[in-house]
Design a protein around this ligand. Sequence first.
Ligand SMILES: [Mn+2]
Length: 398
Amino acid sequence: MGKSRQAEHKALIDWLLLQVDAHAVDAVLIAGDIFDTGTPPSYARELYSELVVRLHAAGVALLLLGGNHDSVATLRESSALIELLSARVVPSAQAPEEQVRVLPLRGSGQPGCIVCAIPFIRARDVMKSEFGQSAAARQNELLNSIRDYYHATYAAACALRDRLELDGGARLPIIATGHLTTVGASTSESVREIYVGTLEAFPTSGFPPVDYLALGHIHKPQKVGGTEHVRYCGSPITLSFDELSQTKQVLLVDLDASGLQSVTPLEVPVFQRLASVRGDLKAISAALAQLADQTAPDRTTWVEVCVSADEHLPDLAARVQALTEKLPLEVLRIRRERGAVAAQLFDNAGATLDELDPHDVFDRRLDAEADLDAALREPLTVRYREIVAGMYDEGDAA
Ligand SMILES: [Mn+2]
């Protein structure tokens, strides 16, 4: 929406460095989507370098995993330099035994834990395309390939742990990382399916029994399936107006030879205030005035305005502009509240389009279809999946 997040990212790094000191953190792990584009702007690359250098100066290990938005080539380009500075970057999935890393303890440099450092997995990384294979068979094979990949990496980590047995017979904890989507994980404590990339459902039971599984990709912080040790920390800053109800955080994870000890969320301060106001023009006018009162001196609140669809206002933008002219508010987006269907697809679940895969969107669209014959749901879903799988086979897109 035409705004730079540079100042917020800078403030985030400053804050992170303070936390690392305050909590005597040994290592920092970022589970993917280091950047949000394959060609990040110079300021973003500069901040990336700054993070690497400052953590190195603090004696803290840094592990960076590639996400679906990251370009493998872009992350690889500086990886040799970064490895000289206490950091490791894992742009893509290689042979399982090559994904295993040891994170050292701060100060002593002794091994602190073993990581199955698994980034976003692309289909081409773990399977060969079989000509003539049906979409369903291909999806099933990808599922199995990813599970096998996690287990093979875990086996390599266990073998390393046995070789590295500490004094007194203590064993290093093993953690794993991943960059994939869980669907509805926060809405229920029951075992939920996990979707990998755009492909088939992947059950949480498909993961190996690691002491902790650090997941990236979903912006909303959450435990997966009600477990303590499988978690998304979520994005550290708010990336869309849909995320205003979320408390952004990073997770402080404490492990020792007997496994996971604790997970403590550290709330990230709000560096740039965002707000969304909705209703008719009268309600919006009042809400904007209240927002202005709540905005700290020398600050500006970024605002999304959603006007009720029943208001007929041809000069809407000019009216909103007039309302905010003398206020410390900047309106980034004006929307007319849409009809029920479009709103339900995204707003209710608190999810953004970025976090949903095409299957989720289709499911939600079917949910919104009040008159849908229940018997039609399955064949429609099957047909839709075939079409989507066909598209991904052609483009090999991620
Ligand atoms: Mn992602």
